[in-house]
Design a protein around this ligand. Structure first.
Ligand SMILES: [Zn+2]
Length: 104
């Protein structure tokens, strides 16, 4: 077994497991059973996602990067233009309608 990722909780571990399964990468989670018995887990006891084959480690790293990027970029809430009151997606820096600057 080759540990590739220490998750902060079982939910995060499960997200990675799903991505690995989607790519057909054999995997296992260590310490998954501890979740719920203890509160905040020390690093050494956190759910650890492992791949079973050494050659899958780099593919697993790609899955991890995708997952982390997805977790860090949640959909921003819509912003309402202060000038024309039109609603723009939260990642817009200016109003799509009147080009006024939007404050996040
Ligand atoms: Zn506007």
């Amino acid at each position: 077994m080759y540990p590739v990722y220490v998750a902060k909780d079982l939910i995060e571990a499960e997200l990675l497991v799903q991505r690995l399964n989607d790519r057909g990468i054999p995997n296992a989670v260590q310490n998954g059973f501890l979740q719920g018995l203890l509160g905040e887990l020390p690093m050494s006891l956190r759910p650890t996602v492992c791949v079973l084959e050494e050659r899958d480690q780099s593919a697993a790293q790609l899955c991890i990067r995708e997952m982390v990027a997805a977790l860090e970029a949640p959909d921003a809430p819509d912003v309402v233009c202060p000038k024309c009151a039109e609603t723009s997606p939260g990642n817009f820096e200016e109003c799509w309608k009147c080009r006024a600057e939007l404050c996040p």
